[in-house]
Design a protein around this ligand. Structure first.
Ligand code: SAM
Length: 267
């Protein structure tokens, strides 16, 4: 791997371990050339962006775009703090950019979620895909697009089942996409050399409090629930999760689907 000039003490802070595991996997699965200019759609905490910056080296450049303002700012300040010279993070909707056609050698999109455009059960589009349209415009012919999506988030499933077993209203807030749907999307947009990878990884929450904070952050509990009810749900959840605790850690499996393809070159 090429060195982007980041010293080991200045490791950028990301959202956490499983994001980093799967971000590394996406970049490792793709064939991103050294020196490439890459767009990272929805860069979030930078778990795809930082491995990309390492991969392309000092002659390459990564632009991370984010519609979450504070996510874009946090990543930008980590880039600055760590002295990473070949990456930037900007607040921008990837569906509408001013970059010129074919500006990027490669484009990544980690865990964005395509179910608002595509029905993965029926395997057909339900509305125009403005995101893939822009990605395809920005990617040079022959350039590679790579994405990831969740197939399993065991921790969220556990929480969902726990809450519904207690008759608490909760949203199952992730949607399962599938390989066939993604093959259809990429074929529709004229991508070739489509490759698919499925990988699982175990993720450890180091403490009950950290696990609970993550679960609350996922918006499981309807916002107008009263604080006392949330406290009692928490006490019960702490009790129920106990059998899963091993040496102080709670271990869950996450499984992701990675799909890559090349934008067809004109004949
Ligand atoms: C689940 S996060 C994943 C972050 C990162 N890609 C990773 O794999 O670790 C998805 C991010 O995509 C961003 N996002 C969704 N749609 C976007 C769009 N049209 N343009 C830019 N960012 C977008 C969201 O704000 C969110 O932070």
């Amino acid at each position: 791997m090429a060195d982007s000039g980041t010293s080991p003490e200045l490791k950028p802070k990301t959202w956490g371990t499983f994001w980093d595991i799967f971000g590394e996997m996406l970049v490792g699965f793709m064939n991103v050339p050294i020196g490439a200019r890459v767009l990272d759609v929805g860069s979030g905490g930078g778990s795809v962006l930082y491995p990309l910056a390492k991969r392309v080296g000092p002659k390459g450049h990564i632009i991370g775009v984010e519609i979450c303002d504070h996510c874009a700012k946090n990543t930008a300040s980590e880039i600055e703090r760590c002295g990473i010279k070949n990456a930037e993070s900007i607040y921008l909707d990837a569906r509408q950019t001013d970059f010129s056609d074919a500006f990027f050698d490669c484009i990544t999109a980690g865990f964005i979620g395509w179910d608002s455009y595509f029905d993965f059960q029926r395997k057909e589009y339900k509305r125009p895909d403005s995101l893939m349209k822009e990605i395809t415009r920005l990617l040079k012919p022959g350039g590679q697009f790579g994405m990831s999506t969740w197939l399993l988030q065991e921790d969220l499933d556990w929480m969902y089942q726990f809450l519904t077993s207690q008759s608490f209203e909760s949203n199952k807030n992730y949607h399962i996409e599938n390989e066939l749907g993604w093959r259809k999307i990429l074929t529709y947009w004229d991508y070739t050399e489509i490759q698919v990878l499925t990988e699982a990884a175990k993720y450890e929450y180091n403490s009950l409090d950290f696990w609970w904070k993550e679960m609350i952050d996922y918006d499981w509990i309807v916002h107008d629930e009263d604080k006392a009810i949330i406290r009692s749900v928490k006490d019960l959840a702490y009790e129920r999760i106990k059998p899963r605790i091993k040496e102080g850690k709670i271990v869950f499996t996450r499984k992701a689907l990675f799909v890559i393809g090349k934008k067809k070159k004109p004949q």
